[in-house]
Design a protein around this ligand. Structure first.
Ligand code: DGL
Length: 273
């Protein structure tokens, strides 16, 4: 990569459309940049799959973005960041960043009592990468990790608040409340949409941390260090590639992106036997 690559888009991929929350943060911080987004809707979800399968998918997703000439790849999916990031960094010759380190750093900077709760899909929590990243930033922190897989379909269904959602939250998270965490790291693309309901459950004593904004800051830092930021002051364009166009992708996607989704193309990524 050299300065002549600066006009190329930033590539972002996720298992589906939850990663659009990261695109939202990127657009705010880096408004001139073009974004090329791949949502692997056809193989969604990743969070219930084995690390080996997620790694294979992540590899193919990265190759797809590379074929579109991206200058950087952001793994917006927490399950894929947990299972595949070191492999992608090793196998591809361009900057690849994930959401784990940025989220962990923010959580460590946020906690006062050094008790951090981490929630995510089964794949993310069983990989233990958040725990490792938090402890390597501050080994005196106590990390309490819990998989909360039902939060994903609740968000997809638009049940962001209400009695069912409150009951699921209480069932999963009462033990974290009893453990007196003061920071909760939302380790999944979908969970930022549950912030009001989670804040209602924990009250003001628990800060909710998500990695979207910090990941965008890391992208800015790396692009600037590599002299790969677009110099021209113009409004960046976003292109969205999805491996399936489910009937409700637009409604759900716009909830994550916070604005209308235009320029959507259905694509296939390479499927290995
Ligand atoms: N994008 C996934 C994550 O952040 C959530 C949805 C899935 O399981 O694929 O872990």
């Amino acid at each position: 990569m050299n300065k002549s690559n600066a006009d190329q888009p930033i590539g972002v991929f996720d298992s589906g459309i939850g990663g659009l929350t990261v695109v939202r943060s990127l657009r705010q911080l880096l408004p001139s940049e073009d974004i090329c987004y791949l949502g692997d809707e056809a193989r969604y979800p990743y969070g219930t799959k084995s690390a080996e399968t997620i790694r294979r998918y992540a590899h193919e997703d990265t190759e797809f973005l590379l074929d579109r000439g991206v200058k950087m790849v952001i793994v917006a999916c927490h399950s894929a960041s947990s299972a595949a990031l070191p492999f992608l960094k090793k196998d591809f010759n361009l900057p690849v960043i994930g959401v784990i380190e940025p989220g962990a750093r923010t959580a460590v900077a946020t906690t006062r009592n050094k008790r951090i709760g981490v929630i995510g899909t089964a794949a993310t929590i069983s990989a233990g990468e958040y725990e490792r990243a938090i402890l390597s930033a501050d080994s005196s922190v106590r990390v309490i990790a819990k998989s909360t897989p039902l939060f994903v379909p609740l968000v997809e269904e638009g049940w962001l608040e209400g009695s069912v959602t409150d009951q699921v939250i209480a069932t999963y998270l009462t033990s974290l409340k009893e453990d007196k965490i003061d920071t909760l790291l939302l380790g999944c693309t979908h969970y930022p949409l549950l912030k009001p309901a989670l804040a209602g459950f924990f009250g003001t004593g628990v800060k909710l941390v998500d990695s979207g904004d910090e990941t965008a800051r890391v992208a800015l830092e790396i692009l600037s260090k590599m002299d790969l930021l677009r110099s021209e002051n113009r409004k960046g364009m976003s292109r969205f590639y999805l491996t399936d166009l489910s009937p409700n992708f637009r409604t759900v996607g716009e909830r994550f992106l916070g604005s209308p989704i235009q320029d959507v193309t259905r694509v296939s990524v390479k499927y290995e036997a």
